[in-house]
Design a protein around this ligand. Structure first.
Ligand SMILES: [Zn+2]
Length: 522
């Protein structure tokens, strides 16, 4: 197996909060606060800008312009950008700025950023969050022996603000919102690194070891069950076994659980599809449809990293992370079109298309979690249907059996800026998956594919369980640099899942914060 280390655990970027400029670096200025500031640095800059007539440019509304300066000037470059709200603009501007800076050959990979004096601690946390995500480049250079290339153009970030390093680090631990912005960068980056990792490296053994590392790290806080290869048959996980048995890389199922709320027996179940590569099986895909199928493990990777973050942050919730891992391949023992297989739940499934494998492994993964734990709500993530991109573009499609789930999600997406859109699940879709020789079939011959897939999954949801299916097929990876996203994995879903599951506590904080901002403005 090819040696490959994912992102190191050492800090990829060191952020220092200083109240004054310490080095001759690059400054990014966030206008329009510059004129109002009483800060001596800002005042000095103001004078300096006037002498350079940069203010004229600022006032004319030019944004993201780079000024290369002379040797005896205090800075190497000055980048001027307009920003009004950090969450709205900050992350996107940070992305643009870090891109520009990365191409400027910054000395020692270091940059100083002057933030407006009136930025609150939330604004600063938002900026750091956006900057770190924008500063990431997905690269495959790390697999070269002795390679020193880095995924992070900027290694040191000096944030010049009115708050000291100590104060900042203290304050971010006081509130969940700040904690999330501070601590979720790493899980998101890890996810962005993992999802595009190619199947010759990230095969099922690799993913098993990845999970075992999590178990090793948090063994005292979590329970774990791992069922592999032919043991899947004994456990009743026949659908997972059927899909994965055609590959020499053994299929497996993983169930991790964490109890963060001792007073409650109710669990969230996070379920994910982990197809490490999908050639379609005997219903083989054509080459161009196969190209991006390394991302078919995106759902399972997302719930795994979310689960790790829940444990690491010690969130006051109970969570089960149920993931199924297979390579959908062609071999002498591949499952076939027309096979009839009994699911863990007992329903029989007629296989009409071996490329509709995601719903099969998810069915067993959902059933297992509901069987072993008192699940209150189940959120399942999968790159399930290619057709979703035709309908929704860069939105995550959402199906649910409770309207309340989606209305809560709408509140969450306003904060996380991850886009969701609801899709219908009705009797007309349920009709499509009714079986002729078995209880149900796994393919609706391409008609209303996304809704039919959801109807299939719905058969495996207990009536009392609140359920959402997120089809992330078109949001798990991107081929464009856009805002805080750079080419490769997006890390979509971690933020929204965490905010969703802890909305009770974070929404109170958000209200208080809004009130404080309004008081400040008055
Ligand atoms: Zn498939």
């Amino acid at each position: 197996m090819q040696k490959h280390t994912l992102m190191e655990s050492t800090p990829h970027i060191e952020i220092k909060h200083t109240t004054q400029a310490t080095n001759k670096g690059v400054y990014v200025l966030y206008y329009p606060s510059i004129n109002e500031s009483a800060d001596p640095i800002v005042k000095a800059l103001q004078f300096y800008f006037k002498s350079k007539e940069l203010i004229k440019d600022i006032n004319s509304g030019k944004s993201a312009k780079i000024y290369a300066l002379n040797d005896d000037d205090p800075f190497e470059y000055v980048i001027i950008q307009n920003a009004t709200s950090p969450r709205l603009d900050g992350a996107n501007l940070a992305r643009k700025a870090s891109n520009k800076i990365a191409t400027q050959k910054v000395e020692e990979n270091s940059i100083s950023v002057l933030l407006p004096h009136n930025y609150t601690i939330h604004d600063i946390a938002e900026f750091s969050f956006g900057f770190q995500l924008a500063n990431y480049r997905w690269t495959y250079q790390s697999i070269k022996e002795g390679s020193k290339s880095s995924s992070f153009p900027i290694h040191y970030l000096n944030l010049i603000t009115s708050i000291s390093q100590e104060d900042y680090l203290n304050q971010v631990e006081q509130k969940w919102n700040l904690k999330y912005l501070h601590h979720l960068v790493k899980p998101i980056l890890r996810l962005r690194e993992l999802v595009p990792t190619r199947p010759n490296i990230a095969n099922t053994e690799f993913m098993k070891n990845y999970i075992l590392d999590i178990v090793k790290e948090y063994g005292d806080k979590i329970t774990s069950t791992l069922i592999e290869g032919d043991d899947l048959l004994g456990a009743g996980l026949r659908l997972i076994h059927a899909v994965g048995r055609g590959s020499i890389h053994k299929p497996f199922y993983s169930c991790l659980s964490y109890k963060g709320n001792a007073d409650s027996d109710k669990y969230y179940a996070l379920v994910g599809k982990g197809v490490v590569f999908d050639c379609g099986g005997l219903s083989i895909k054509n080459t161009s449809s196969m190209e991006q199928m390394y991302d078919d493990k995106g759902g399972a990777c997302t719930v795994l990293e979310t689960f790790r973050a829940v444990v690491q942050l010690g969130l006051p919730i109970n969570v089960v992370c149920s993931t199924a891992w297979v390579e959908n391949s062609i071999g002498p023992d591949s499952y076939r079109v027309s096979d009839v297989i009994q699911s863990y739940k007992g329903l029989t499934v007629e296989i009409l298309n071996t490329d509709a494998e995601g719903r099969l492994i998810l069915a067993d993964a959902m059933s297992y979690a509901q069987d072993k734990f008192a699940i209150y709500e189940m959120i399942e993530l999968s790159t399930l249907t290619g057709i979703i991109k035709n309908a929704l573009g860069r939105y995550c499609g959402v199906f649910t059996n409770r309207k309340g789930c989606y209305s809560l999600l709408q509140k969450v997406e306003k904060i996380t800026k991850e886009s969701f859109w609801p899709l219908p699940l009705e009797d007309q879709h349920r009709e499509l998956i009714k079986g002729s020789v078995a209880d149900i079939n796994n393919s609706s011959s391409g008609r209303v594919g996304a809704s039919a897939a959801a109807a299939f999954l719905e058969c495996f949801v207990e009536k009392k369980v609140r359920w959402m299916h997120w089809d992330i097929a078109n949001v798990a990876v991107t081929d464009k640099n856009d805002g805080i996203y750079t080419k490769g994995g997006t890390g979509f879903g971690v933020m929204s899942l965490i905010y969703y599951m802890t909305w009770d506590v974070v929404s109170k904080e958000l209200k208080e914060q809004k009130q404080e901002n309004e008081d400040d403005d008055n």
